[in-house]
Design a protein around this ligand. Sequence first.
Ligand SMILES: Nc1ncnc2c1ncn2[C@@H]1O[C@H](COP(=O)(O)OP(=O)(O)OP(=O)(O)O)[C@@H](O)[C@H]1O
Ligand SMILES: [Mg+2]
Length: 464
Amino acid sequence: MALVNEIIGAFQLFAVVFLGGTAAYFMGRFGWWAILYFRGGSYRHQARAMRRARQIRRGWKALARLVDLAPLDKSKVGHAGPTTGQKGPVPRLYPSIKTTADEFSVKVQLKTVPGVSVTSVERAAEDLANAWQVQRVKVTSPKSGRILIRAYLREPLEAHIPSPLVARTPEGRWKLTVKPGSLSVDDPILWGITEDGDPVTSTFASSVHGLMAGATRSGKSIQANTLFTVASLTRNVRLVILDPNLAAVAPWWRTAYRVCDSTDPNDAAEILEEILEELEGRKDLFWKLRTDRITQFSDEVPLYVIPIDEAAAYTQSGDKKASERFTTVLKKLAAQSAKYGGRIWVLTQKPSSDVLSTVIRMNLTDRLCFRVDTIEDFVMAFSEGRNLSITAADRTMPQGVGIVSFGSAVPQRFRAVFLPTEACWDISDQLVDAGYGVRSLPGDEEQIRHLSLVHAEKEGEEAA
Ligand SMILES: Nc1ncnc2c1ncn2[C@@H]1O[C@H](COP(=O)(O)OP(=O)(O)OP(=O)(O)O)[C@@H](O)[C@H]1O
Ligand SMILES: [Mg+2]
């Protein structure tokens, strides 16, 4: 009897170990894939690119022969077979490949062989794209002897790029993925993705002032939401929002360091004058820090991030004197504040010189330009605009697609990250819950939240 029990016990033990082990094996092997697939979003795209990369590697030799990328090894022509003495088939030289995948493309790194050059790969580009079933391929040569073929499974400009700062909850709300105060001024801000699928980033510490231009409904506010959010989550940053329309500032009303929703340029100018005074008071720090530009920020020496929405309302108001006062202080801030720790971001539908004087515009070196109405507007944002092969004066340009250049970089087309205004309200709720609130909402809080939901719904309908 005891023996029977022992046998049963052994069987049970075996079953548990075997089944457990098998389950663990399959979880390990396929669990990750399950997560990749079911989380959706970029993971799904990356998984697809990884599959395609495998197919590309498998079919490479046959394809290389077909598209003339596997030349005959002429040094071996006429070699006789060892036993029969007959001439065997002439061997070929195959460029070896390595693949990596990202959420837009498969990168195929090719080691050249004699007879295979960038030109010959470019000649084969269309065939490669067809064989690999991709939208297009881009051929570059990162260093001699290497050719990079980037095969795009989807176009970055047509993609929807959700902001990594928030995640959607099952209830349809937005939850911060970043703890308030956990970002530093040296952390990269993700603005979008270039048409080649590379990230567009800058940091508060190393950048200067910026300009966001674009016709109505082109995507300025959605892009500015990233600026507001990052500024709100970064420690040692004071966010000062000037917004005569009470559109951009509303979600940040409770948490921004200073807000101005007045349409009177005098009110806006007053805030800027105070900040300018504080910043100029930092001159003495240059002696202490032995520098000509403050790049380290603290509680006592914070960085001011100052977005100005619809700047035209202040620079071109009916009250000429008030507008002049505003323009004067903005000019000074644009020219001097960067080194003391001020970052201005001007948002405007038209970047023309009557809205923004040339002196101001010259100092706004980071440029994000969404669709504009005329080539003149585009040239105001990018002075070299007429000589560029790309333009933002294009009626077919989708919302959220623009042209970007930070500092003196070559302008590139890009797709901005999507961070809707309803998400900003959820973010600001979370900031308030975390103790970052500094003022209460004017009027009924519930009412304003309701308004924001209605607004978001309208936006959603339009997007659909
Ligand atoms: N990056 C984006 N990705 C996807 N859709 C976007 C993106 N940016 C904007 N959109 C869509 O375009 C709409 C208008 O964008 P937005 O409100 O930013 O325009 P705007 O340039 O601020 O216009 P206005 O000058 O009238 O304030 C948004 O509601 C959204 O549906
Ligand atoms: Mg707007």
